[in-house]
Design a binder for this molecule. Structure first.
Ligand code: CAA
Length: 380
């Protein structure tokens, strides 16, 4: 087993690290406080090729592998978890399914703009009554000649308030269950598409999410993504890739908590010595570091298996499960190491603590990841 990165992988990681350190980290507290989507930073990601890492060069991307994407996303999320999730949704949940299932016309229309950050994408699967049970879709798409008419409400749509395009999943044949669901590419300017007010959230406050309302949204058949009835599998495959993205985001948050805590532990003195000299703190730091490395190994394995072309759902679920729970452990201990200061908004530890929580919830809760892992192992 070789853990050495290629020169290209190091290059993209270093590009992301440089941007994250110089331009994103100094703004992260303000992005969180203002609840403003960092459009300028998103554009910079696009300019540097970080929004189309896995998109082939022919479609305007960097044509690199999933591990490169994970490396870059970890660096961006280490500086700002809000920016990290926006990048993850754009890459995994929007570009991913267009690349995999789209026609050449759909790829040409959307991928160059998404990869360059000229367009922002969102992924509309969840509904008020279809979260973990994703196939319980109430949004309907009814065929009318060569058109489809969509009606319904989507929930918690990350990037929704700023998006130009949405991947929308809707029931086209409710009696057929998961085989009666179809995916569509919906420009947000289409008549009948409206977005609710931004959700008021605990964390990732710079990544706006909202409800999406579809009222008699008429689309021609060219907006259909993949086969009619194939939408559930398209969404599940997109989420397999998405879980790699969220694992990388969680890893970035864990690293931020850990690195901030190490720096503080070296500076802060109690009982006449830096708290890093106390075994109580050393044990916390050792556990955080071990968690981070274990999460990274699971993430890299999932990324490498995805590119190898075989099944990787379970690997992505394990990576997302472990990394998100590791991020929450690290963020909690980060606050503890900072003590009273960790509880203040003046220090980043409390932002990491709030940002970490969502990684155990979106793109499949930890309970859903365990279901995915268990159902695969019981089939073996
Ligand atoms: N890839 C391809 N196909 C898949 C698949 C996958 N990963 N998982 C399931 N399928 C297929 C199955 O093989 C089955 O196909 P057949 O009909 O041919 O047999 C079909 O899909 C139905 O599968 P299941 O019976 O296993 O489906 P289920 O109803 O039991 O659900 C689930 C499975 C894993 C629980 C799924 O509902 C799930 O992942 N739920 C969580 C949803 C989720 O992650 N939502 C996140 C929303 S997006 C978000 O958070 C983005 C954001 O804003 C940041």
């Amino acid at each position: 087993m070789n853990f050495e990165l290629t020169p290209e992988q190091k290059m993209i990681r270093d590009t992301a690290r440089e941007l994250a350190t110089r331009e994103i980290a100094p703004k992260a507290a303000q992005i969180d406080k203002s609840h403003q989507f960092p459009r300028d930073i998103f554009s910079r990601l696009g300019e540097l090729g970080l929004l189309g890492i896995m998109v082939p060069e022919a479609w305007g991307g960097a044509g690199m592998d999933t591990l490169s994407y994970a490396l870059a996303l970890e660096e961006i999320s280490r500086a700002c978890a809000s920016t990290g999730v926006a990048m993850s949704v754009q890459s995994s949940l929007v570009e991913g399914p267009i690349l995999k299932e789209g026609t050449d016309a759909q790829k040409a229309r959307w991928l160059p703009d998404l990869a360059a950050g000229r367009a922002i994408g969102c992924f509309a699967l969840s509904e008020p009554e279809a979260g973990s049970d994703a196939k319980a879709q109430k949004t309907r798409a009814v065929r009318d000649g060569n058109r489809w008419v969509l009606n319904g409400t989507k929930n918690f749509i990350t990037n929704g308030p700023v998006a130009d395009v949405a991947i929308v999943v809707a029931a086209t044949d409710p009696a057929a269950g998961s085989r009666g669901i179809t995916a569509f590419i919906v420009p947000m300017k289409t008549a009948g598409v409206t977005v609710g007010p931004p959700d008021d959230k605990l964390g990732i406050c710079g990544a706006p999410s909202a409800q999406l309302f579809l009222a008699d949204v008429a689309l021609d058949d060219g907006a259909r993504l993949g086969p009619a009835g194939g939408g559930f599998k398209i969404a599940m495959r997109a989420l397999d890739g998405g879980r790699i993205g969220i694992a990388a985001q969680a890893l970035g948050i864990a690293r931020a908590s850990f690195e901030d805590a190490v720096r503080y532990a070296r500076e802060r003195k109690t009982f006449g010595q830096p708290i890093a000299e106390h075994q109580a703190i050393q044990f916390k730091l050792a556990d955080m570091r071990t968690d981070i490395d274990a999460a990274r190994m699971l993430l890299w394995r999932a990324a490498i298996k995805k590119d190898a072309g075989g099944a990787y759902s379970t690997d992505a679920a394990m990576a997302k499960l472990f990394a998100s729970e590791a991020a929450n452990r690290a963020a909690k201990e980060g606050v503890q190491i900072f003590g009273g200061y960790g509880y203040l908004r003046d220090f980043p530890a409390e932002r990491h603590f709030r940002d970490a929580k969502i990684t155990e919830i979106y793109e499949g809760t930890s309970e859903i990841q365990r279901m995915v892992i268990a159902s695969a192992l019981l089939k073996d």
